[in-house]
Design a protein around this ligand. Structure first.
Ligand code: HBI
Ligand code: FE
Length: 283
């Protein structure tokens, strides 16, 4: 259900998860996805993510019951997962995050859609996003993102916030002593992108820089052409409003950057050869 043009009040979207309504097929879909991702994420995902999964007790048993999961999440960081029908308007989304509520779709994809869905379902939203919310530093970052979003809405800066979310929360990578690791939920819930993001010669991997990321356009329909790499799993950017407002002003005078484009000031960790997207655009 697309609710993208409705009210800004989170209460208009929050539902009961309806845990009793999931069918055996629904639980089997979760188990298939969770099992496959757990295997493929080993050695590729940040350790904190696996620890979060473990402590939340979400795994291969079936779709998690939010009532049970939220007890653990609340005890760890004060966050709560709330069921919503699908994408919700930006302002309602920011309000929820600012209040330490994470909106999660409660529906699950059909067995014939295991690899691609157009809107986030419970597997993406819960398996992909919630494990890191068990970590206090990440939990604070997500709250500060929601608060910054509410201010951005008043300053015509929503596009900057959307790009930041995309390149950190959804498609972020991080440098660790063991090597580069996934921290983004969009990668962590996709078997294809888990491999592509870390191992393909095609994409660029560039050191994270807040202003650079806010200028960068992104692809919503395919693997990313550029990934941004945090300098550590806990190195989430500080979203101090007093610094963001002048930054947005500065960015207005600079152009947008195409998804695959490299900038002279970039600290490039891997320069991609672009082979994946080039091969695609020929067909
Ligand atoms: N709603 N349920 C849901 N999940 C999201 O990730 C989401 C959303 N609404 C808006 C949104 N994301 C983004 O456009 C913001 O980060 C800007
Ligand atoms: Fe997401």
């Amino acid at each position: 259900m697309n609710t993208a043009n409705g009210s800004d009040d989170p209460r208009d979207y929050i539902r009961d998860q309806g845990f009793e309504n999931y069918t055996e097929t629904d639980h089997a879909t979760w188990r298939t996805l969770a099992k496959r991702q757990r295997e493929i994420l080993k050695g590729r995902i940040a350790d904190q993510f696996l620890e979060g999964l473990e402590r939340l007790g979400i795994g291969e048993e079936g779709i998690p019951d939010f009532r049970v999961m939220n007890q653990r999440l609340k005890a760890a960081t004060g966050w709560e997962v709330m069921a919503v029908p699908g994408l919700i308007p930006d302002l309602a989304f920011f309000r929820m995050l600012a209040n330490r509520q994470f909106p999660a779709g409660f529906w699950i994809r059909k067995p014939e859609q295991l690899d691609y869905i157009e809107e986030p379902d419970i597997f993406h939203d819960v398996f992909g996003h919630v494990p890191l919310i068990m970590q206090p530093i990440y939990a604070d970052y997500l709250e500060s993102y929601g608060k910054a979003g509410l201010v951005a809405a008043e300053h015509g800066a929503l596009k900057y916030l959307a790009r930041l979310y995309w390149y950190t929360v959804e498609f972020g990578l991080a440098q660790t002593p063991q090597g580069m690791r996934i921290v983004g939920a969009g990668i962590a819930s996709s078997p294809g992108e888990t491999i592509f993001a870390l191992e393909s010669p095609s994409p660029n991997r560039v050191a994270f820089d807040l202003g650079r990321v806010m200028r960068t356009l992104y692809r919503i329909d395919d693997y990313q052409e550029t990934y941004f790499v945090l300098d550590g799993v806990e190195a989430w950017p500080s979203l101090d409003i007093d610094r963001l407002i002048p930054l947005w002003k500065e960015l207005e005078g600079q152009g947008e950057i195409e998804p695959g484009q490299i900038q002279p000031e970039d600290r490039i960790l891997t320069q991609g050869d672009g082979s994946y997207h080039r091969a695609k655009s020929k067909t």
